[in-house]
Design a protein around this ligand. Structure first.
Ligand code: URP
Ligand code: ZN
Ligand code: ZN
Length: 471
């Protein structure tokens, strides 16, 4: 089966040029001008951009946390991703009771018959001993080449710095990248207990008890851990300007360190938590200030921050009121769990489907990023860093034909209905966006055609990743 996409503007991480692209047997077969019109199917992409499918390396699907579960599973989350132009999603295996292997097997059971785009797993490491160290050393056999550790959430997920160091040494030896959630758990826990004693209940206290310096401090410790171990490190959900500056410094010193930020840190501030519906904006690390937004944009455009991911971790705002999803009612407990207690608000924000459309309008339209930088930060860099390149994230012959035909003229009033995330709210409700995905291919199959969904449960493929690159 051959599909020819004719006459589009192909956007790669380094160029924008008019060309045809031939898909054969699920792969990019040829790219060039004037390819012969002999394919089974010919699609005219005149006036459209042709991009590699997006790669989102930070999502939480079917995650049981905060006394509930994220409202998107591997089907609904993947479907929303596809409508937003993302065709590869990596989410995190929780380190619950049992061996790492048992937890991974459970995650495969969760995802396997639901996945609608291609997917991989990171492994959370939230306990550490010699046995876990031995298992960690063999994760690559299962196609898992990245772990996430936490410097916060004491008594739940946090590892002591010594244990992070031990884990990083092993990770380095076997080609695994360590991702760090950087917040100072000790200080945060004290501030939370004091705020609770003083009777504070409102969502803003989530941000006030996790001040920016607690993130900056932990980020610097993360660079230290990379320096001491020599292991590559990737700072997740960067949220402050100072982290970006420190990352620039650490990179200038030759450390193998990289990082991502997420759209919500670029568009919202802690003031949003003061709104009556502030719980919608509760995530960890929390939203910061306008000066941080500026520093993060700068970091992205300078290449100091390599990736835009979503940290998609959706919880309902009114978990007691069902929405309709694919014709059936759906509800799951959410932010209302913290109605009278900010410490019980599930931490997390939806964004998997929003990332590419919102960033297209605001990053390219807002002149923060060029088209090639957009593809670099949303497709190529995440694929490279997480061991998927050149299979994903590019339009090079031989790559999977994960392709988005992007209509730069399409204007929408964005929001929950457009995004398709299985949530009862959207942070970008009523935003006017210009530029949307029109057709999305997964390994050559057209899975999104305008408003129509041709994808299916279980059609996504598990990606057995190799060691990523430090870029
Ligand atoms: O608020 C967030 N980010 N929840 C998800 C867990 C995490 O730390 O990424
Ligand atoms: Zn995190
Ligand atoms: Zn996360």
């Amino acid at each position: 089966m051959e599909t020819l996409i004719r006459n589009g503007m192909l956007v790669t991480e380094s160029s924008v040029s008019q060309a045809d692209l031939l898909i054969r047997d699920g792969k990019v077969a040829e790219v060039g001008s004037g390819l012969p019109l002999i394919a089974d199917q010919v699609i005219d992409a005149t006036g459209k951009y042709v991009l590699p499918g997006g790669v989102d390396v930070h999502a939480h699907l079917g995650l049981e946390m905060f006394n509930t579960v994220t409202s998107d599973d591997h089907y609904s989350g993947h479907k929303a991703a596809a409508f937003g132009g993302t065709t590869t999603v990596i989410d995190f295996v929780s380190h619950d009771a049992g061996s790492l292997q048992e937890n991974i097997a459970r995650w495969h059971e969760k995802a396997g018959d639901k996945a609608a785009v291609d997917y991989g797993f990171h492994m959370n490491i939230t306990r550490f001993d010699e046995q876990i160290g031995r298992e960690l050393a063999r994760l690559t056999e299962q196609g898992i080449t990245s772990i996430k550790v936490f410097t916060a959430y004491n008594d739940r997920f946090r590892l002591a710095d010594q244990n992070i160091l031990k884990a990083m040494r092993i990770a380095k030896d076997v080609g695994i990248l360590t991702m760090i959630h950087a917040e100072n758990g000790d200080i945060i826990d004290l501030l939370i207990s004091e705020a609770v004693l003083q009777g504070h209940t409102e969502p803003i206290w989530h941000a006030l008890t996790r001040p920016a310096w607690t993130a900056i401090d932990a980020a610097v410790r993360s660079f230290t851990l990379s320096a001491v171990s020599g292991a590559p490190m990737y700072l997740v959900h960067m949220n402050t300007a100072a982290e970006a500056m420190q990352l620039a410094y650490a990179r200038s010193q030759g450390l193998p360190v990289m990082g991502e930020t997420c759209p919500h840190y670029l568009f919202f501030t802690e003031d949003n938590l003061r709104q009556p519906d502030g719980a919608k904006f509760v995530c960890s690390p929390p939203l910061r200030q306008v000066k941080d937004q500026r520093g993060l944009w700068q970091g992205l455009s300078d290449g100091v921050i390599q990736v835009v991911s979503t940290d998609h971790c959706p919880f309902f705002y009114h978990g007691d009121i069902a929405i309709e999803y694919e014709g059936k009612p759906f509800a799951v407990p959410g932010k209302e769990l913290g109605k009278n207690d900010f410490t019980k608000i599930p931490n997390g924000i939806p964004g998997l489907g929003d990332r590419m459309p919102v960033m297209w309008t605001k990053a390219i339209g807002g002149q923060h990023l060029s088209l090639t930088q957009f593809v670099r930060t949303h497709c190529a860099n995440p694929a490279r860093i997480f061991g998927l390149y050149p299979r994903k994230g590019c339009l090079i012959p031989g790559a999977d034909a994960d392709i988005v035909i992007w209509n730069p003229e399409k204007e929408v009033e964005y929001g929950r209905q457009v995004s398709r995330q299985r949530t009862d709210y959207n942070l970008y409700e009523h935003w006017q966006l210009k530029g949307m995905p029109e057709k999305v291919f997964l390994r050559g199959k057209l899975i999104v055609d305008g408003e129509i969904w041709h994808g299916g449960r279980g059609e996504g493929m598990y990606l057995h990743r190799t060691a990523g690159q430090v870029i």
